[in-house]
Design a protein around this ligand. Structure first.
Ligand code: NG6
Ligand code: CA
Length: 510
C-alpha cells in the first residue's frame, strides 16, 4: 500500500513537471511566434524609377513614399522580373522566373489561374509559420481553371494559392469584368442581373467604345474600344452586373479602406500578418478621386500618383495607430516601368512638363532597356532597418527566399535568392546575375553590365512611344558608367560579350 502511494505520488509529481515544462515550451513558442514581424508589400502598377522625390523627381511631391525611402533602405539597382504586370506578379509571389511559365504574360480578364494550386507561394510559406495572409488590390494572375462563371464562387484564385483574405480586381482597371471580388464572390452582384464576360464577342445590343464615342468620358487611343463601363471604354466585353460595377474614381479609397480594415479588424492580434497591398495606380485608365483632380498639374497620371501617395500615408497612419510600425517590415516597389499613353487620351504626354517617370533610364514599360524593370524598391522597418541607400543588385524574385529566411521557414525555390541581409541594410553581397524579361524577350544583367541579345521586332512601340530594346545586333552596356544605355560596347568588348552570352545561355537553359 505504502509503496503504491509513493509510486502514485511519484507519478503525480512527474506529471506536474511534464505539464509545467510543456506549458513553458508552449509559452516559448507562442512568444517566439509573436516576435515574427508583420510583412506588408506595397506594390504599385506602372510606377517608374524616377517618379518619387526620393528617386530624384522634382516635379511631383510624394512625401509618403519618400518617407519610406528616406527612413528605410532605398535600393537603386533593384528590379522587377519583367516589364509587364502578370509576369512580375507571378515571380514576386512564387519566387520563380516568369519565363519558366509560358502563361506568365499579360492576361485577359477571363484567363485561368497561372499559379498552380500546389505551387509554393509567399503567402503559403508564411502560413506555415502561423501568418494570416491577405491581398487587397490588383490580382492579374488569372482566375478559375478554364471557364469562369462570375455568378458562382470564382475559384481557384488567391484563396487557393495562400491568401486567407482576398479583395481584388481580377485583371486590370482597363479590362472587364469591372467588379471587385471578395474571397471569390463578386461584390454587390444581384441574382437577377448576372454577369457575362467575353474577350471574343460583344453581347447583342451592348454599346462599344468603337461605335459609340459620344458615350465616352475618356477617349481611347489604341485598343480599349470594347465595352463601355462608367463612360470608359475597356478591353473585353461585359454584360450585366450593373450594381456590382466599381466606380473607378472610388477605387483608391476602396482598396485603402479594405487594407486598413484588414489590419484593424484582426481577430487574433498576436498572430503575425502578411498583406499584399497591390495598388492600381498609375495604370490606365487613370481616374483620380475628385479630391485629387488637378492636384499635380500633370493631368490624371500625376494626380493618381499623388492619390496613391496619400493612400500610403493613410495606411502608414493606421499601422502607427495600431502600434505596429516597430514590428512591421514594409516593402515598397512597382511591377514594371512607366508608360505615358497606354491606350487612352488622358494628357499624360501633353501635361508631363519636366517630369521624367523613367528618371535617368532608357525605355519604359514593355522595354528590355533599364526603365522597363529597374524600379523604386524600398525596405522600411522602424527601429530595425537603418536609413540608407544601397546600390546592390537585387530582384523582387528574391523576396520569397528572403522572407522565408526572416520567418525561419525552410521553403526555397529554384530562382529566389536569400537577400535578407541586403534588404535589412546589413550586407552588400547582392546578386551577381539576373535575367530580365520584357514581353517574352530576355536579357542578362551581370555585375555592372547588361547584355541584350539580338531580337527581331520594331525598335520603338510607336503607340506608347517606348524603345523596346530590339536590335539586330548584340547590345552591351556598362550601367555604372552609362546608366542611360547610350554606348553599345558589344563591338569594342568582344571577350566580355562572349562571356556574358555564355552565362545568359546557361541561366536561360538555351
Ligand atoms: C496592354 C494594354 C495596356 C495595358 C497592358 C497591361 C492595349 C492596346 N494595351 O495590352 O493598356 O492594359 O496591356 O498592363 O490593349 S500591365 O501593367 O497589366 O501589364
Ligand atoms: Ca503594370
Amino acid at each position: 500500500m505504502k509503496i503504491n502511494l509513493r509510486y502514485i505520488n511519484c507519478l503525480v509529481s512527474l506529471a506536474v513537471i511534464l505539464l509545467w515544462t510543456s506549458c513553458q515550451s508552449d509559452e516559448k513558442s507562442i512568444e517566439s511566434e509573436a516576435k515574427l514581424p508583420n510583412i506588408v508589400i506595397i506594390y504599385m502598377d506602372d510606377l517608374g524609377y524616377g517618379e518619387l522625390g526620393a528617386y530624384g523627381a522634382t516635379e511631383l511631391q510624394t512625401p509618403n513614399m519618400d518617407r519610406l525611402a528616406n527612413e528605410g533602405m532605398k535600393f537603386t539597382n533593384a528590379y522587377a522580373t519583367s516589364a509587364t504586370c502578370t509576369p512580375s506578379r507571378y515571380a514576386l509571389l512564387t519566387g520563380i522566373y516568369p519565363w519558366r511559365n509560358e502563361n506568365a504574360k499579360v492576361l485577359p480578364g477571363t484567363a485561368p489561374l497561372i499559379i498552380g494550386v500546389h505551387q509554393m507561394t509567399i503567402p503559403k510559406m508564411l502560413k506555415t509559420r502561423g501568418y494570416r495572409t491577405g491581398i487587397v488590390g490588383k490580382w492579374h494572375l488569372g482566375l478559375g481553371d478554364g471557364t469562369v462563371d462570375w455568378n458562382q464562387r470564382v475559384s481557384p484564385g488567391p484563396n487557393e494559392v495562400g491568401f486567407d483574405y482576398a479583395y481584388i480586381l481580377a485583371a486590370t482597371q482597363d479590362r472587364v469584368p469591372t467588379v471587385y471580388i471578395e474571397n471569390g464572390h463578386v461584390v454587390g452582384l444581384e441574382a437577377d442581373d448576372p454577369i457575362s464576360v467575353s474577350y471574343e464577342n460583344n453581347f447583342e445590343g451592348e454599346p462599344t467604345g468603337k461605335d459609340n464615342t459620344d458615350m465616352l468620358k475618356m477617349m481611347w487611343h489604341h485598343g480599349h474600344n470594347n465595352s463601355i463601363v462608367n463612360g470608359i471604354p475597356r478591353i473585353g466585353f461585359m454584360k450585366g452586373g450593373e450594381k456590382a460595377k466599381w466606380v473607378d474614381e472610388d477605387m483608391a479609397d476602396e482598396f485603402l479602406e479594405k487594407a486598413q480594415n484588414y489590419i484593424r479588424e484582426r481577430k487574433n492580434k498576436s498572430e503575425p500578418f502578411f498583406l499584399y497591398y497591390a495598388m492600381q495606380q498609375p495604370h490606365v485608365p487613370r481616374t483620380p478621386h475628385p479630391r485629387f483632380v488637378g492636384s499635380s498639374g500633370m493631368g490624371p497620371r500625376g494626380d493618381v500618383i499623388l492619390e496613391a501617395d496619400w493612400c500610403i500615408g493613410e495606411f502608414m497612419k493606421t499601422l502607427e495607430e495600431e502600434g505596429l510600425l516597430e514590428n512591421t517590415l514594409i516593402i515598397f516597389s512597382s511591377d514594371n516601368g512607366p508608360v505615358l499613353n497606354d491606350g487612352y487620351y488622358d494628357d499624360a504626354v501633353e501635361k508631363l512638363g519636366d517630369h521624367k517617370p523613367w528618371g535617368p533610364l532608357r525605355g519604359g514599360k514593355y522595354s528590355l532597356f533599364e526603365a522597363g524593370t529597374r524600379l523604386p524598391f524600398v525596405t522600411y522597418w522602424k527601429g530595425k532597418i537603418n536609413p540608407g541607400v544601397s546600390d546592390v543588385l537585387v530582384s523582387q524574385l528574391d523576396l520569397f527566399a528572403s522572407l522565408s529566411k526572416l520567418v525561419g521557414s525552410d521553403e526555397a525555390t529554384k530562382d529566389s535568392m536569400d537577400m535578407l541581409a541586403v534588404l535589412m541594410g546589413e550586407s552588400n553581397e547582392g546578386r551577381e546575375d539576373l535575367i530580365l524579361e520584357a514581353t517574352t524577350r530576355t536579357a542578362l544583367r551581370s555585375g555592372d553590365y547588361v547584355m541584350i541579345p539580338p531580337y527581331i521586332g520594331p525598335a520603338v512601340n510607336t503607340f506608347v512611344n517606348i524603345e523596346l530594346g530590339n536590335d539586330s545586333e548584340y547590345q552591351l552596356y556598362n550601367l555604372k558608367e552609362d546608366i542611360g544605355q547610350k554606348k553599345n560596347l558589344a563591338a569594342s568588348q568582344p571577350e566580355l560579350l562572349e562571356k556574358l552570352v555564355k552565362k545568359f545561355e546557361e541561366l536561360r537553359g538555351v
